[in-house]
Design a protein around this ligand. Structure first.
Ligand code: URA
Ligand code: SF4
Length: 228
C-alpha cells in the first residue's frame, strides 16, 4: 500500500485514549465472546470517538484460517461486521476462486475502529497511525490466541507490519510462507482495496489472478506440513 503523508489532524492528537491502549480493556475470561463484548467498549485509543462501533473479527472460534486486514471501512463501520463492503466482496470472490471454504475462515482487522476524514459527503478512509495500531494489537493477539488458526493471511502492509514489525514489505514477501510464532503457516499478500484501486481492467484482472494464486497457499498450508 502506498505511504501517505504523515497525518496530523486534531483527531490524531494524544490524550483521547487510554495510555496503555486496548490492554486496559482485555477481559480475564479467555473466550472470543468475552473479548468481543469487551472490545465494544474499548477506548484504548482515540479512534472510538468518530466511529459508529467496534468491528471485531468474525468467524468460527476454531477457524483454521485467519485473514487479517487493516481497519474496517465505511460499510463495516455502519454494519458492525468486518469485510462486508467492496473490499470484502472482492475477498470473498478471491477465496471462492482459490477454492477456500469461507466457513473455515475467520476475518478480522489490525485496528477495530474505522478511521476516516470527511471528503464532501463521503467518509474517506485514513490509514491508522503506528500508535493506534499498537494500541489495538492486544485484540488481534487475543483473537489469534483463542482461535489458534493453522494459517494466518496478512492482507497488506498494515497487517504484515503488525505481525512482523515496521520493516516488513509485502512487495518483497508476498506469496511465500513466513516463519512466525503466531501460527504454523503465515503469509502476506496485497490488500483487496489495492486491487480495487487499479483502474485499467486488464491490469486489474492480472492482479486479481495473482491474488487468487497467493491465496492458494492457504490450501497448501492446510494440507501440508509446517515449515521448520
Ligand atoms: N478493509 C479492511 O482491511 N477490513 C475491512 O473489514 C474492510 C475493508
Ligand atoms: Fe480500542 Fe482499537 Fe478502537 Fe482504539 S481502535 S479504541 S484500541 S478497539
Amino acid at each position: 500500500m502506498k505511504k501517505g503523508p504523515v497525518d496530523r489532524d486534531a483527531s490524531d492528537e494524544g490524550g483521547e485514549g487510554s495510555p496503555h491502549g486496548a490492554a486496559d480493556f482485555l477481559p480475564t475470561s479467555p473466550s472470543l465472546r468475552a473479548a468481543r463484548a469487551a472490545a465494544a467498549d474499548c477506548r484504548g485509543c482515540g479512534l472510538y470517538r468518530r466511529a459508529t462501533q467496534t468491528v471485531f473479527g468474525e468467524g468460527a472460534d476454531d477457524a483454521e484460517v485467519m485473514v487479517v486486514g487493516e481497519t474496517p471501512g465505511d460499510r463495516e463501520d455502519v454494519v458492525g461486521r468486518p469485510f462486508v463492503g467492496p473490499a470484502g466482496q472482492l475477498l470473498d470472490r478471491a477465496l471462492a476462486a482459490a477454492a477456500i471454504d469461507r466457513k473455515v475462515v475467520y476475518v478480522t482487522n489490525v485496528v477495530k475502529h474505522f478511521k476516516w476524514e470527511p471528503r464532501g459527503k463521503r467518509r474517506l478512509h485514513k490509514r491508522p497511525m503506528p500508535r493506534e495500531i499498537g494500541a489495538c494489537l492486544p485484540w488481534l493477539h487475543r483473537e489469534i490466541e483463542l482461535v489458534r488458526p493453522k494459517v494466518i493471511v496478512c492482507l497488506g502492509a498494515t497487517a504484515g507490519q503488525a505481525l512482523f514489525g515496521s520493516t516488513f514489505s509485502v512487495t518483497r514477501e508476498r506469496g511465500r510462507l513466513l516463519s512466525s510464532r503466531f501460527a504454523p503457516f503465515v503469509f502476506a499478500t496485497l490488500h483487496p482495496s489495492a486491487l480495487l484501486r487499479i483502474r485499467e481492467s486488464d491490469a486489474r484482472r492480472t492482479a486479481f489472478e495473482r491474488f487468487v494464486e497467493d491465496l492458494g497457499l492457504v490450501r497448501t498450508a492446510l494440507h501440508g506440513q509446517p515449515s521448520p
